[in-house]
Design a protein around this ligand. Structure first.
Ligand code: NAD
Length: 718
């Protein structure tokens, strides 16, 4: 399908695989999308700036890069940043079209319904979009798709007005008459307010006049504070809704001057925010921020899981704002020009028109005219002679299908795989076409797709590497094994006993010896420090006593890792350490016990802070202390191992010391190597040269037993 991406100071149309449906979403074939001028033009400008300038403008991204440098090192971070920049980023977040498929958990929509959709990264300028149900509303019968495609902008303006909480007869200044300002003006008029419309652009002021603005002011024609005062019997306006886009903080200052004592200012637009105390102090003005489309925004339980807020308690959610806006449009209470429409192939003309200063259109639309059939392609070849290429079937070569374009696979596995001889990235599959395409292009895969079945049906692929959300692992592993592919799955192997049992049964039920191999990404055992430790204790006489502390850091309850997709931190992360215990102790497990703390505060879940104790048949004992209530100033991972009159201590995979008669340093490094490279190397090397003498890097028994430990710990914590 075609999709718009913003890159290098402009917009481009790229061909990417159409998204697949998921059970909580609907698939929409888009008829129109509306450009959010202020936001999208800012992204275009940013994408054309040199990196250092962008960093200054987006310090939040710099923090992410610094964290990535710490976690994954320079090369991996560089490759991730480069990949993102080279492909570009999707744009658009307001669209309308027809439902062409409905997820199994969605109740209120049917194929053929006309719908309007919201969401950055979701309701993109793209031919097909996959939208969660609560970001979708049905379009009233008499309202056309074109106007309905402004739904997100309408909900943003409506949320700004709700934050202002206008009462009949109040005087409100709307500062900035772009599409958001023009919508805000009309919503305020519908609320019985007097509206002062302010903009630098005379054409926008004329439009405001036609839509019923009571006073028009162009700040270029003199200080507007006095004009507002004269209009309000020297009181000042009841407040200002700022819908301008400007880096200057003067807009806030001027708004405060124009506002009456105890009035309010609502910020919708993106303006400079150096607030002056004296502007707000004496008049005791309230300053309010309006966040996007309303309650529910940025709450994954609401938006992605579909958990609506109860109507009587949260009357106006983002979805109900979207509905209310479409109703007002349907009742002709909102007008917008609809004559500026560009076919998707002309997207650069659309953005150029928005750059035309005073003459730039207020509302600009993208149209999509190809047939649904042409749009729905789920496999996009990236290289010539693809898909049936036989040269790839060279014996001994590893042809990999990547499942899930996760940032982990991008920054850790792919740079490592790139270094391995005769190892090719055959295909990248991801939920969204742009993510798959960006990664596929960077690593020159033969094709990209959003359909897992395509990888399973591809005879050339002999290894599937899975790095999706945790609740998908078990099922994806099983299907790949059934399709005869070797599997490398990022931990965890499975999040339920049922999933694990199905994988076990797959191996038990097969008569042939020539079965595909499975390896779970438990990397700690491959780190140089643990390889060293294992060698040290190889001939131990006494049982081992191990105490491992994981000072894991806080992750909020809203993060996907904590919800049903991630299954929590014990199953999702602590499993690494259970595997390390299995590696060091190398004996069957005989019991597992676990207890968590009971904090007063509800910010922690039971599986955020706990101690798990595992007892082994050879008499060894291991405890994991896992906590998210520690401090980052202290090491993240530490191990103490007691055996044969010695103590071994490991600190953050940087140092390993042995204490016997005195302390001896066994390993010391300034960088952290947790074994990711060696883990993938040893699995690939095993796949290439399997023989009876060599053992698979992690036995199936270990992978199953470690997963069982996680599941038992989880049972006890809950
Ligand atoms: N709060 C949110 O959730 C949210 C969502 C979308 C967009 N926005 C922001 O809202 C703003 C408006 O978006 P838009 O699409 O309507 O933008 P736009 O660029 O189309 O319109 C902005 C208008 O402000 C006017 N303006 C700029 N400086 C001014 C000044 N000093 N005095 C008076 N008028 C001035 C411009 O002439 C223009 O008409 C942008 O900053 C955008 O990033 C916020």
């Amino acid at each position: 399908m075609k999709q718009v991406v913003i890159k290098s100071g402009g917009a481009q149309v790229v061909e990417v695989p159409a998204p697949s449906i998921d059970k909580k979403s609907i698939l929409v074939s888009v008829d129109y999308s509306c450009i959010s001028a202020g936001t999208e033009m800012k992204s275009v400008q940013l994408s054309g700036m040199p990196l250092y300038k962008r960093a200054l403008k987006q310090p939040e991204n710099v923090k992410k890069v610094i964290q990535s440098l710490k976690d994954t090192g320079f090369q991996a971070t560089l490759s991730k940043v480069r990949g993102k920049l080279e492909f570009g980023s999707p744009s658009g977040y307001s669209a309308a079209g027809r439902v062409i498929d409905v997820g199994s958990d969605v109740q209120d929509f049917q194929i053929g319904d006309r719908v309007a959709c919201a969401g950055a990264g979701i309701a993109n300028h793209a031919e097909i979009i996959c939208v969660p149900a609560l970001l979708t509303v049905k379009i009233p019968k008499n309202l056309d798709c074109l106007r309905a495609s402004t739904v997100t902008l309408g909900a943003i303006a409506l949320q700004g007005v709700r934050r202002f909480n206008p009462t009949l007869g109040e005087t409100v200044v709307v500062l900035g008459l772009g599409i958001l300002g023009i919508l805000t003006l009309q919503l305020l008029k519908a609320n019985g307010c007097r509206v002062v419309a302010i903009d630098l652009n005379p054409k926008r002021l004329e439009m405001a006049r036609q839509l019923g603005a009571d006073l028009l002011i162009n700040p270029l024609e003199g200080d507007y504070e006095n004009k507002v005062r004269q209009f309000t019997q020297d009181q000042g306006a009841d407040g200002v809704i700022i819908t301008a886009a400007s880096t200057s903080s003067d807009l806030i200052h001027q708004s405060a001057l124009a506002t009456r004592r105890k009035g309010r200012i609502v910020l919708v637009g993106d303006v400079g925010l150096n607030l002056r105390r004296e502007d707000f102090y004496q008049k005791e003005i309230d300053f309010l921020i309006s966040c996007s489309y309303g309650p529910g925004r940025y709450d994954p339980y609401y938006e992605l899981e579909g958990q609506d807020y109860p109507f009587p308690y949260v009357r106006w959610t983002e979805n109900r704002n979207m509905q209310a806006y479409l109703q007002l449009m349907d009742q002709q209470k909102i007008q917008l020009p609809t004559d500026c429409i560009y076919e998707i192939d002309d997207i650069s003309k659309a953005y150029a028109a928005l750059n035309a200063g005073e003459d730039s259109p207020l509302s600009t639309f993208v149209s999509y005219s190809r047939s649904d059939q042409d749009r729905l392609e789920k496999v996009i070849p990236l290289r010539a002679h693809d898909l049936s290429e036989s040269a790839f079937k060279v014996s001994g070569d590893i042809q990999i299908g990547i499942v899930g374009a996760s940032s982990f696979v991008q920054s850790v596995h792919l740079p490592n795989l790139k270094q391995i001889k005769n190892c090719h990235i055959r295909a990248v599959m991801s939920r969204t076409g742009t993510a798959a395409s960006a990664l596929g292009q960077q690593y020159q895969s033969a094709y990209v797709t959003t359909d897992y079945e395509e990888l399973l049906a591809d005879d050339t692929i002999n290894l599937i590497l899975i790095s999706t959300r945790h609740n998908q692992h078990g099922n994806q592993v099983l299907r790949a094994l059934q399709a005869g592919k070797h599997v490398f799955v990022e931990k965890p192997l499975a999040v339920t006993t049922q999933e694990l049992d199905k994988i076990r049964h797959f191996y038990q039920a097969q008569k042939t010896k020539n079965l595909p191999l499975l390896m779970t990404g438990f990397n700690r055992r491959f780190s140089p420090i643990m390889t060293k430790l294992k060698k040290e204790i190889e001939k131990h006489q006494t049982p081992l006593i191990i105490n491992y502390q994981m000072n894991a850091g806080f992750i909020s309850k809203d993060h996907w890792i904590q919800g049903s997709e991630g299954a929590g931190r014990n199953i999702g992360e602590a499993c690494h350490i259970y595997d390390l215990f299995s590696f060091l102790i190398d004996s069957p497990v005989i019991s597992v016990t676990a207890k968590s703390i009971h904090p007063q505060s509800s910010q922690w879940l039971a599986n955020d802070n706990f101690v798990a104790t595992i007892q082994y048949e050879n008499g060894s004992l291991a405890t994991l202390l896992y906590t998210s209530q520690g401090s980052k100033a202290c090491s993240k991972e530490r191990l103490d191992l007691y055996v044969d009159g010695c103590v071994y201590t490991m600190d953050d995979y940087k140092t390993l010391d042995r204490y016997e008669e005195k302390k001896v340093s066994l390993f010391s490094s300034s960088s952290i190597d947790k074994g990711h490279r060696e883990e993938i190397n040893s699995f690939i090397s095993y796949l290439k040269n399997q023989d009876a003498q060599r053992k698979i890097p992690i036995s199936l028994e270990d992978q199953v037993s470690v997963t069982q430990i996680s599941l038992k710990v989880e049972e006890q914590l809950r």
